[in-house]
Design a protein around this ligand. Sequence first.
Ligand code: DGL
Length: 276
Amino acid sequence: MENRFDSRPIGVFDSGVGGLTVLDAIRRVLPCENFVYLGDTARVPYGNRTPQTIVRYAVSCAQQLVARDVKAIVIACNTASAHALDALNAEFDVPVFGVIEPASRRAVHETRSGHVGIIGTRATISSGAYERAMRKIDPQIHTCGLACPLFVPLVEEGWADTEVARLVVREYLEKLIQSAGAAELDTLILGCTHYPVLKKQISDTLAELAQHITLCDCAEATADDLVRQLEARSLLTARDKPGRSAYLVTDDPVQFSMIGRSFMQDPPDNVVHIDI
Ligand code: DGL
């Protein structure tokens, strides 16, 4: 009888360490899968780069994963998902999934007022990818986006739980709420790999500002969606033993392991350097 399971690893890539939030969420729902995670730490951040550069970087990351015989690729990076998903799906035979569509579906499903906010990097917000994805699902949806470029360095410095971070979070959220169209905002997409690390600071600040806004975590939405996508393609592995994760980075492995601790429950170990 034909084997209905596929034990090949799932490739996950990000501009750096932030995509570990997505890997962590995926491992919680798919604990038996094997993963190859690639963090392009030599070229991070992607969030301030041009669309052409982001596509070029994303293609080279995907090539590395395909060379390692992955059965599917998850673009954990919001910025790369916003700009490179179509290019990767056109270029590679394995299915490639991004984070924008799952998070958009969840946000549209959750909003009651029909007003959804998005926070992310400059490149993600200026791409309009979340707006397009949500309008495809519900053309009546109102959106309001804000780039929060200081969140990434705060998280990478391990400063999420500091007064400085709380001040920065407050500054951005006040701006978002005051901006046109935000009056009825009831859902906010955390449209960047790093933002789940600031979830508590963001929800505490929204509570202080008397805003009843539900946070939509793109890592969780992507993980739940991936289960359905792999199942539909008969790409799931057998649920007989815990899966393993391999980590590749394009810069310093030690630094990656150290910072990676704030992004996932089991910190990344055996991190290997590769050149792209
Ligand atoms: N991973 C990026 C994202 O989710 C954030 C870091 C970067 O700018 O590369 O958009």
